[in-house]
Design a protein around this ligand. Structure first.
Ligand SMILES: [Zn+2]
Length: 293
């Protein structure tokens, strides 16, 4: 998530210049008045602005001072942010601003407070912080439930119902339990983190398919990833893994749970599953072992 895309800016500029040059040559050739260049200039400018609209907006948003209240929340609850150097903290804050501006977060049965909004954004930003050029696919509305819920989205599950803290329903919504999100940030050391888990699913869904292989895994690595995910899935199912047993459900859950563990207990993941740790570290371009919580 970056506030400016230099490559896209250059491409848009070349496009705008090409429009201008083509019209200029046509005017000369047909011997029309050179005054026609003025509206052409305006059209070329509009072409550039429309192409760069997203980044022009982002640049304007991040120019405003980052709210102190949001900074205090990050400092209090997000060790990942606390461990960043000052310049990187600014980049993190910019990404939080962009995320909050571009995504709709709604409280369902609960008032949406600033702490929850910022921690939702922080979860999403942490995951792709090592890859500034990455973007999530267009995310559906993020729905904050007060606490865990069942598969019927009821807050008071019957005995025996499967209790959920979060869920991604492609095109319809990302549901996150506020209580579970706050406890994920408050209890460092626990491998469980609903925010990271649900955004790992969102990243996995960039290509529209949840199979534990996000679209950003590029061609020569895809086969290697399939083998690794399949092997780790087998390990979980046979009780030979430090990952939560829920990872054994399928490849998508394996990926999401592995991402949680990677950020929450990186040393343990590196020690017991070095191949999985290395694959995630190089994919996310982040090396969290040894950071202080
Ligand atoms: Zn899941």
């Amino acid at each position: 998530m970056q506030s400016w895309d230099r490559r896209q800016s250059i491409v848009s500029l070349i496009g705008a210049l090409s429009v201008f040059v083509i019209v200029f040559i046509t005017i000369k050739h047909l011997q029309f008045s050179l005054w026609l260049l003025l509206p052409t200039l305006i059209v070329s400018g509009l072409f550039y602005c429309l192409n760069m609209r997203r980044y022009l907006l982002r640049r304007r948003w991040v120019k405003a001072p980052f709210p102190e209240k949001q900074r205090a929340i990050l400092l209090k609850f997000v060790p990942f942010y606390r461990n960043l150097a000052e310049k990187e903290r600014t980049r993190f804050e910019n990404s939080v601003t962009i995320f909050l501006r571009e995504n709709k977060i709604t409280g369902i049965g609960t008032a949406l407070d600033e702490e929850t909004r910022v921690l939702v954004a922080a979860s999403a930003v942490m995951l792709i912080f090592g890859r500034p050029e990455w973007e999530y696919p267009r995310l559906p509305e993020i729905l904050i439930y007060p606490r865990s819920f069942d598969e019927e989205y009821e807050f008071s599950p019957e005995r025996g119902d499967r209790v959920l803290a979060g869920m991604v329903v492609p095109q319809n919504g990302i549901v996150i339990s506020r209580q579970d999100l706050l406890s994920a940030f408050r209890s460092s050391g626990d491998s469980y983190h609903v925010g990271l888990h649900e955004f790992a699913h969102a990243l996995d869904l960039t290509d529209g398919v949840a199979e534990g292989i996000p679209a950003y895994v590029r061609a020569p690595k895809v086969k290697e990833w399939y083998e690794l995910i399949r092997q780790e899935l087998q390990n979980v199912r046979e009780g030979r893994s430090v990952l939560n047993r829920y990872a054994g459900k399928n490849q998508a859950e394996l990926f999401a749970v592995a991402v949680e563990h990677f950020f929450q207990r990186p040393d343990e993941l590196k020690q017991y599953h070095p191949r999985l740790y290395d694959a995630l570290a190089s994919f996310l371009n982040q090396y969290p072992t040894g950071y202080v919580s």
